[in-house]
Design a binder for this molecule. Sequence first.
Ligand SMILES: Nc1ncnc2c1ncn2[C@@H]1O[C@H](COP(=O)(O)OP(=O)(O)OP(=O)(O)O)[C@@H](O)[C@H]1O
Length: 473
Amino acid sequence: MTQGIATTGHVSAVRGAVVDVAFDTGVPRVNDALTVDIGGTPLLLEVQAQLDARTVRTIALQSTNGLRRGAVVQALGGPISVPVGDSVLGRLLDVTGTPGDRRDPLPADAPKRPIHRAPAALHNQGAPSELFHTGIKVIDLLTPLAQGGKAAMFGGAGVGKTVLVMELIHAMVAGYNGISVFSGIGERSREGHEMLLEMTEAGVLDRTVLVYGQMNEPPGARWRVPMTALTIAEHFRDADKRNVLLLMDNVFRFVQAGAEVSGLLGRLPSRVGYQPTLATEVAQLQERIASAGGASVTAIEAVYVPADDFTDPAVIAIAGHVDSMVVLSRAMAADGMYPAVDPIASSSVLLDPLIVGADHVAVANDVRRAIEHYRELQDVISLLGMEELGRDDRQMVERARRLQRFLTQPFTVTEAMTGIEGRSVALADTIAGCRAILDGETDDWDEASLYLIGTLDEAREKEEAAKSRGKAA
Ligand SMILES: Nc1ncnc2c1ncn2[C@@H]1O[C@H](COP(=O)(O)OP(=O)(O)OP(=O)(O)O)[C@@H](O)[C@H]1O
């Protein structure tokens, strides 16, 4: 709000989620919050543009049903503020910080923080520190995650992003003593309540905050909900010096909501119809996800890839900010190779001999090389058959197929679907297993023995059991 100027205005136009508000003298600043009462329910608006000396254009964060021209609007004198701190632990909140879990309201004296803030100062930011072991073979080997790092799971519709994020939550939250902040952005609305239940069952609800703006909510809510989650995470980091795990499903929906808002505000679209401010919006969100002052914020993000097009501007903008990029492949999902992590397209800046050690990097590179070589030969194999390959090529292909199978893994979260108990594998076992396959120890094993198992020892038992059954028959 411009200093010393009246804070009350009135609605001058309503066009869906876009509301124009006129003030008698002066106008609030961009990103300031306004509130208006619709039949006893407060509606939050956020200023997006100053149209002239008296009028602002705002975007509504809740439904504008029932809003009339002339309604009295209060300027709050700053950005939307959301409750932070211990009182939000174990709660399911919406973009404005209002609980949606049918429990008591939050205490009136809960501390609040504005959702728009500058990122932590660069000199105060910490780089990713220790590695986060997930127990998921393909991730620990090829795209390691770090505490204080940013990882994103990229994939088209239905290739397993949510399942992978849920499994990571399972793997990490139980053995992690920091706070987890989960932000549901523009996905199915039932997911929030399912998550609440799961966290309660896992006994970690008292260390978790759930913040949701789902697909049934207006674009303003989906656009600002990651900021709300981030503000809560930042408070735990700065005020309590606690490590935070920030999970976001799905960051693409944040970009999509931004595009909807941009269209509603009448801005000309840019490449592929996205908002002209795409890169800025993504950077404003991602640059705030940082470790600072000795406490880390570790982010795991799911990113939907529209029409499996990895050159989509939204995907590229997000990919530029992450340390570990886990790419999910439709072809692998179709073959039942779950988790469908593409070993070639996925990468991590942490896969460096100085960070993970030379042995790890060497095995990871050999695994990639073998699978890449197999892919190059796949056309020849489908046209002419394996018999036409030279001896070395055939051996490489057989090892690559075994490696691909060894890197599949049953998940705890899919136990009900697959009927197979989830496995968690130590990194040393993953590396030893891959090395053994690359060295040819499993050349005469049945490929199926390596599919959906944990360690190589388990595959060995499966192989021996199959052999003894064969003999008995
Ligand atoms: N690791 C896995 N093991 C077994 N099945 C899986 C696995 N991952 C995914 N699936 C199967 O794929 C389906 C879709 O997975 P999921 O909901 O995670 O996809 P998504 O990429 O998040 O999809 P959307 O883009 O629609 O949100 C699951 O319901 C399940 O049947």
